[in-house]
Design a protein around this ligand. Structure first.
Ligand SMILES: C[S@@+](CC[C@H](N)C(=O)[O-])C[C@H]1O[C@@H](n2cnc3c(N)ncnc32)[C@H](O)[C@@H]1O
Length: 98
């Protein structure tokens, strides 16, 4: 099998930091590409392990709707806080279930 250039199989994305207390926040750029490739505008993105809501923030910024599931209340609080900041910046409204 012919060798393919590395960049066609691997993404090189630097780490990033988020204020708060989660052990594995991933960089926004990591979910940007799959959302753009796999979800149309106004489409629905589901993250069943939402953590601090990185996927939600990116989905909203890209004009997608979002459902997040997270088992830890403290991370849900962090995610809501991040979403509020993102909404304030973009003017998008948030609807959250308790
Ligand atoms: C790797 S972290 C996700 C981090 C997220 N991508 C971010 O950027 O903040 C995985 C998350 O899944 C959550 N989790 C683990 N088991 C779960 C379950 N059964 N239901 C919902 N959430 C769960 C953990 O609490 C953790 O926050």
């Amino acid at each position: 099998m012919p060798a393919r250039p590395l960049d066609s199989r691997c993404w090189t994305i630097g780490t990033s930091r988020v204020r708060g207390a989660h052990y594995a926040v991933f960089p926004e750029r990591l979910c940007e590409r799959p959302i753009l490739a796999g979800c149309p505008k106004q489409g629905l993105v589901l993250d069943p392990f939402a953590g601090t809501g990185t996927t939600a923030v990116v989905a909203k910024r890209l004009g997608r709707r979002f459902i997040g599931i997270e088992i830890k209340r403290e991370y849900v609080r962090l995610a809501r806080k991040r979403l509020r900041s993102a909404h304030a910046a973009t003017g998008v409204r948030q609807r959250a279930a308790a």
